[in-house]
Design a binder for this molecule. Structure first.
Ligand code: ADP
Ligand code: ZN
Length: 525
């Protein structure tokens, strides 16, 4: 037996001994094994995937200290308390401690009495701390929430840039391991480059948790849907995310008026109200939490049975992170996204409100686009998500998402698609979805007339559909890759190669019947 097998056996025994778990999860096993071979490691796992064990177990085996870089003081304390209770020697250093306490902990680290020491990244920027750490034997530096190092990520934090210089300043280079729940290819690249991981092994695991039934619902009356859902799931803990404080307050009031005990959480409330509703939710005194995305970071509640998004989030990273708070215990849970085209406007408004310019803004628009495409995709939503994050999968439909459960038949929409494509072509691929829809509808709005589009042969070719239905059709064609949108605030819709094949009659377009169209047909029948 080689030493590697022996250490993995030892790792498993420690897991049993300190945590009481019989086995690693598949992703954990691969990450722990990589770290025990002394390889720099990047572990990408969804919230609740069990990241902490990935560095805590190696920490028990390494000779020397594992320094954990963690962004939140509250998180640090919870982790250390849990470790101490399990009998593992761990501590944190942060601004809540007195100078004397800090000195004691540093001394303990120097004497080898600590296996894990948690600090915030800001501490690495302090000269005295760097000097103290130079005399500690550091076997490993584990960076939690490592996406914070990237400007492309959703919570960039400058002090994460201090990690690499800190590691380089140590007398002997420790193993560097980074963990996050969110990683698109560009964030991955940033983490490797900016943390200066050396030939790291990268593991992406478990984003598509089998217990989560993902749904995207379009055209619902969102408020009714939520009141109804919360009432019929009254005994199950759930989170409802809304984009604005106003919507949170409104939903919260309505739930309470319907006799559903709900709490709320957003940045406009007092610390006291936020803390008390968070507590009430954690201890199941209230079942439903209505919140903005300010709620959730560092919440460890494993039995959340559903997460409903009242609005589409700004990108897939945010969505997966928030929806991933459902079902951390592995039990069947639902993630429901209530989509409306208005959500796109809201998100664009928020991007415009943001002072950033140039490439970053461009990037925000691109991510928003991908989020919208996910909402219109007729394919398995789990695939959509795994593809987005670059996790490999065997292309078996999940069977439980709203696309997989969608029983509406695929309809031959080739003729309609040809009309759309030829209209876009005649408009010289220079305009957005809504103007194309206006032209197809035969609208006499100012812009249509100003450009003389009322003289195009495709003008008014879809008189029986509403402009909104036509826009939905165009969006479905975008999600299927026949069309693409340019980036930016006013994206232009352009033809893609498959559209050319459709126009030449070489290819059929099969789409799910659009909701409105079905309704229209029923009415006509
Ligand atoms: P993350 O940091 O990735 O959000 P945590 O480390 O907090 O996740 O773990 C999430 C939950 O999964 C915790 O309740 C943890 O105890 C549990 N867990 C982690 N690893 C295992 C395992 N191998 N077997 C069973 N439960 C596990
Ligand atoms: Zn599916």
């Amino acid at each position: 037996m080689n030493t590697q097998t022996i250490t993995m056996e030892q790792a498993q025994q420690l897991l049993q001994k300190y945590y009481g778990y019989p086995d690693f999860r598949e992703g954990q096993r691969r990450i722990v094994s990589s770290m025990l071979q002394g390889t720099d490691t990047l572990g990408i796992m969804p919230t609740g995937g069990g990241k902490s064990i990935c560095y805590q177990i190696p920490a028990l085996i390494y000779e020397g200290l594992t320094l954990v870089i963690s962004p939140l003081i509250s998180l640090m304390k919870d982790q250390v308390d849990a470790l101490t209770t399990a009998g593992i020697s761990a501590a944190y250093i942060n601004s809540t401690l007195s100078g004397k306490e800090v000195n004691e902990r540093i001394r303990a680290a120097r004497q080898g009495a600590l296996k894990l020491l948690y600090v915030a990244p800001e501490r690495l920027e302090l000269d005295w701390f760097r000097e103290e750490m130079a005399s500690v034997r550091i076997a490993c530096v584990a960076v939690d929430e490592a996406h914070c190092v990237s400007q492309w990520g959703h919570d960039f934090r400058t002090s994460y840039l201090a990690v690499a210089p800190f590691v380089n300043s140590l007398p002997s280079r420790p193993i560097l391991a980074a963990f996050t729940a969110t990683a698109t290819p560009e964030v991955q690249e940033d983490m490797v480059a900016l943390l200066q991981l050396r030939q790291p092994s990268v593991f992406i695991t478990g984003l598509g948790r089998d217990n989560l039934a993902m749904s995207v619902l379009r055209g619902e009356d969102k408020r009714d849907y939520i009141l109804n859902y919360a009432a019929t799931h009254a005994h199950q803990p759930g989170i409802i995310y809304a984009a604005t404080r106003k919507d949170v307050d409104d939903l919260y009031e309505r739930l309470r008026q319907s006799g559903i005990p709900a709490g709320r959480y957003h940045a406009g409330l007092s610390d006291q109200e936020r803390d008390s509703s968070q507590e009430a939710f954690l201890y199941d005194d209230i079942r439903v939490m209505v919140a903005t995305n300010a709620f959730g970071m560092g919440i460890d509640k494993s039995n959340v049975r559903y997460v409903i998004h009242y609005n589409m989030p700004k990108n897939m990273e945010a969505y997966v992170q928030e929806a991933g708070r459902a079902g951390r215990d592995g039990e069947p849970s639902e993630c429901i996204l209530l989509f409306s085209p208005q959500d796109i406007m809201t998100q664009k408004f928020l991007i415009e409100q943001n002072p950033q310019e140039g490439e970053r803004k461009h990037n925000d628009y691109r991510k928003l686009q991908q989020m919208v495409e996910y909402c219109y995709s007729p394919n398995c939503l789990r695939w959509g998500m795994l593809d987005y994050f670059g996790e490999s999968h065997d292309r078996t439909p999940c069977g439980i998402c709203s696309s997989c459960r969608d029983e509406r038949e695929l309809v031959d929409m080739t003729r309609d698609a040809q009309i759309v494509f030829s209209c876009i072509h005649r408009m010289r691929e220079r305009f957005g979805v809504s103007l194309v829809a206006s032209v197809l509808k035969g609208s006499r709005n100012k812009k249509v007339l100003q450009y003389g589009f009322d003289t195009l042969p495709t003008y008014g070719m879809m008189p029986r559909r509403s402009e909104r239905e036509i826009a939905e059709l165009i969006n479905a064609l975008i999600a299927e890759g026949y069309l693409a949108l340019s980036e930016g605030q006013y994206p232009i819709v352009r033809l893609q190669q498959p559209a050319g094949e459709v126009l030449k009659g070489q290819r059929q377009v099969m789409l799910r019947a659009l909701e409105e169209t079905t309704r229209g047909q029923n009415a006509a029948a």
